[in-house]
Design a binder for this molecule. Sequence first.
Ligand SMILES: [Zn+2]
Length: 390
Amino acid sequence: MQQPFCRTYPPSRGLSDESSQATRATATGSAERQSSTPPPRYQKKKLFCAGCEKHVQYFKFRRHLTVCCPDLLPTGRWPGEEQASDAARTAEDIKKKEVLRLRFEIGLTEEQVAEDLHITTTRVRSMVRKASLEIPLVRDAIPLQVIYEDEWMLVVDKPPGIRFHPKHRFEGGSLLNRVLYHFQDTAVPYIVHRLDMDTSGVAVFAKSSHAANLISEQFRQKHVQKEYVALCAGASVAPHFQVDAPIGKSPHGGIAMAVGETGKAACTDCSVLATGNWHGQPVAVVSARPHTGRTHQIRVHLAHAGLPILGDPIYLPDELRAEDPPRETDLPDAGRHALHAARLSFVHPSTEQRMTFCAPLSMDLQGMASSLALQEGVQEFCDVISHYDS
Ligand SMILES: [Zn+2]
C-alpha cells in the first residue's frame, strides 16, 4: 500500500511545519538536498503532468502531482523530477485503459470506477473526456455551398435541417462534418458562432486557432453585424421597432426560452419588409438584426412582439399551426421555422477590412413567400442586403 506522500519522501519547501522540521533534521544527504532545492539551471524548466496535461514548473512538480493526481505519484523513494514525470505518463496510460475498460466494457458508472480504482471521479471524467477526443470526427462527402474561402476562413450557406456540429464525435450528419470533408487535411475547422438546426444561411468557420480568436472576439465585443429574414404570422404596429427584453429559460422547462425579468439582456432591431393576408390571417416578412446572441433570440423576440415565425415548433401559438392533414386555409409550413441568416459582416482577421457575406433566401422559404404573395418583400430585402457596405 502506498504510504502518505509526506512521510515517504523528503518534503519540498512549504509543506507542513512538522514535515519541514523533519526535513531540516534529516537533510544531510546530498540526494535529499538536491530534491528539495533544484539547481539554478532547472528553475525555469517545465515538466509534463500526465494527469492534467499541463506543463508545470520544475520545482513545483512534486507538489503539483500530489494535488493533481496523487495516484500517479511513484511508489517508494522519490526518483527525481524528470523520472517522476515519465513514470506518471506510463502510469496514466495504464490507468486510462483500465478506466475505459471498467466504464465501457464492464459498464460501471464513473463513480463506481473511481471507487474501484481509488481515484477521484474528476480524474475518471477527465480520462473519459480525453479518450473521446481521440476519436476522429466523421467526414461527410457532401458538397458545401461556399460563399467565400481563403486561408483564414470559410463562409458557407448552411442548408436547413442539419445540425451545426454533431452531438457526439462518432456521428456525422452535421455542417461541421461536411466542412471537415471539404478541408480534407488542409485545415482544421474552428467554430466561432452557431445557427440553430432549422435555420439556414450564412455560417463561418475559422481555419486556425489564431483566426478563430480574432473572429470570436468580434462576436464577443458585438462588432459582428447579423441580419436575418423571417416569415411571420401577425401584424406589426410599426414598420421599424426594437425588442429590448431579457431572455432566459422558460419556466415550462425543456429547451424553450422565454422573455422574463430573470433572463439575460437581449436586444433586436426589426423592420417589416412586406405585409400580406392569408385567409384573414395577417402575415409579414421581417428583417431582424440582433445586437446580442442569446439562444433562440430572434424566435423569442419576434413571438414576443406578436410576430411568431411560421413553422416554429416552439414559439408559434397552437391556433396558428396547420392541421394534419392541412386544410386549404391553414398557414403554409416549410417543416421548419422560416428563419434565414441572410447577412453576416465582420472584419477580416488578416486584412482588417470589413467584409459582408450574404446568402440568398433558401428555396423552401422562397416557395413559402411566393405562396403567401410576399415574394416582393423578400426580393426587396435581397436587393437591400446586396447593397450593404463591403
Ligand atoms: Zn496535473
